[in-house]
Design a protein around this ligand. Structure first.
Ligand SMILES: C[S@@+](CC[C@H](N)C(=O)[O-])C[C@H]1O[C@@H](n2cnc3c(N)ncnc32)[C@H](O)[C@@H]1O
Length: 266
C-alpha cells in the first residue's frame, strides 16, 4: 500500500525530483492517519509542500542562464554576483539573505575559521552565495532531500570549478558521515521540526564536524518579528539543552536571520 501511495505521488511532476526515502517515510507516516488511498496521497503532498515545495521558486527554464553568461572566471566580479543574487532573490528561503551575504559568512568564519571542507545540509540554493563566502578552493559538500535545487547547485559548481560533492540526503533518516570543518544548517531546524522534532538534535549528536551553524528566519516586517524571534531563540535553547556535545554558542545574527555557531566536542 505504501508503495502504491509513493507511486501515485511520483506521477505528479512536482515531486518526481524528491529523494524517494522522503516519499517512503511520509507515505508510511500518513497512511495510518488517512481515510483511504486518495486521502493518503493528498496528505503526503501536503507534507511535501511543507518540506520542500514551499521553498522552491517558479520553474522558469534554466535558472543559471544569466549566471553562465556573466562568468569570466572571477567570483568577485560584480556582474557575476548580481546574476547569482537574482537567482537567490527568486527563492523564498534565500531572498531575505541577499542584502547581508558578506556579513553573514564573514561573521560565521570569525568564529569557525575559514573552512577547508564545508557541509551544507538542506542547502537549497544557498550554495549560490559562494561568491560572498570567500572560501577559496574549499571542498563544498551540498546535501538536500530535493534534487531540483541540487541540479542547479551541481551545474553552478561545475561552472566555477569548485571542488565539491553534491547529493541527496534525507536528514531525518540519516546523519551524514562525511568529515567537515563546518556544517551549515541554515533555516533547516524549523523545516525538520515539522517532519521529526528529534531530527536536529540527532544531527548535532552525530555530525563529524567541529562547528555547526544553525539559523532561523527573523523577519521584522508585519509586526510578527518579535514573537517569531522569541520562539526561535527558545527553540535554539532547547536544541542546545538536548545536545551535550555543544560546548559553546556564539551568536552571529544578521538582519532578518538569527544565526548561531555551535562549537562541538569531538
Ligand atoms: C528553508 S529551506 C533552507 C535552504 C537553505 N539552507 C537556505 O538557508 O537558503 C529548507 C531546505 O531544507 C530542505 N529539506 C527539507 N526536508 C529535508 C530533509 N528531511 N533532509 C534534507 N533536506 C531537507 C528543503 O528541500 C529546503 O531546500
Amino acid at each position: 500500500m505504501t508503495a502504491e501511495i509513493v507511486e501515485r505521488v511520483r506521477r505528479s511532476s512536482r515531486y518526481r525530483d524528491v529523494d524517494p526515502a522522503l516519499l517512503d517515510r511520509l507515505a508510511a507516516e500518513e497512511l495510518p492517519r488517512a481515510r483511504n488511498a486518495d486521502d493518503a496521497v493528498k496528505r503526503v503532498k501536503r507534507r511535501l509542500h511543507q518540506a520542500v515545495g514551499a521553498f522552491r521558486g517558479e520553474r522558469r527554464g534554466d535558472l543559471l542562464d544569466a549566471v553562465r553568461a556573466r562568468w569570466r572566471g572571477d567570483l568577485t566580479d560584480p556582474e557575476f554576483r548580481a546574476a547569482c543574487a537574482a537567482v537567490m532573490r527568486a527563492h523564498a528561503s534565500t531572498r531575505e539573505r541577499v542584502p547581508h551575504l558578506d556579513t553573514l559568512y564573514m561573521g560565521i568564519w570569525q568564529t569557525t575559521g575559514v573552512p577547508a571542507r564545508l557541509l551544507d545540509i538542506g542547502c537549497g540554493l544557498g550554495p549560490l552565495a559562494l561568491p560572498w563566502m570567500a572560501v577559496g578552493d574549499a571542498t563544498y559538500l551540498a546535501r538536500d532531500v530535493d534534487e531540483r535545487p541540487l541540479a542547479t547547485v551541481r551545474d553552478f559548481f561545475a561552472l566555477v570549478g569548485q571542488p565539491q560533492s553534491v547529493g541527496t540526503l534525507d536528514a531525518v533518516a540519516e546523519v551524514p558521515s562525511e568529515r567537515a570543518d563546518v556544517a551549515l544548517l541554515l533555516k533547516l531546524v524549523p523545516t525538520l521540526d515539522r517532519q521529526d522534532p528529534g531530527a536536529s538534535a540527532r544531527l548535532l549528536r552525530g555530525l563529524e564536524v567541529r562547528h555547526a551553524v544553525v539559523s532561523f528566519p527573523a523577519r521584522s516586517l508585519g509586526g510578527r518579528g518579535k514573537g517569531m524571534e522569541r520562539t526561535y531563540r527558545e527553540r535554539l535553547d532547547r536544541l542546545v539543552a538536548e545536545s551535550p556535545r555543544v560546548n559553546a554558542v556564539t551568536e552571529t545574527s544578521v538582519q532578518n536571520e538569527l544565526v548561531f555557531v555551535l562549537t562541538l566536542d569531538g
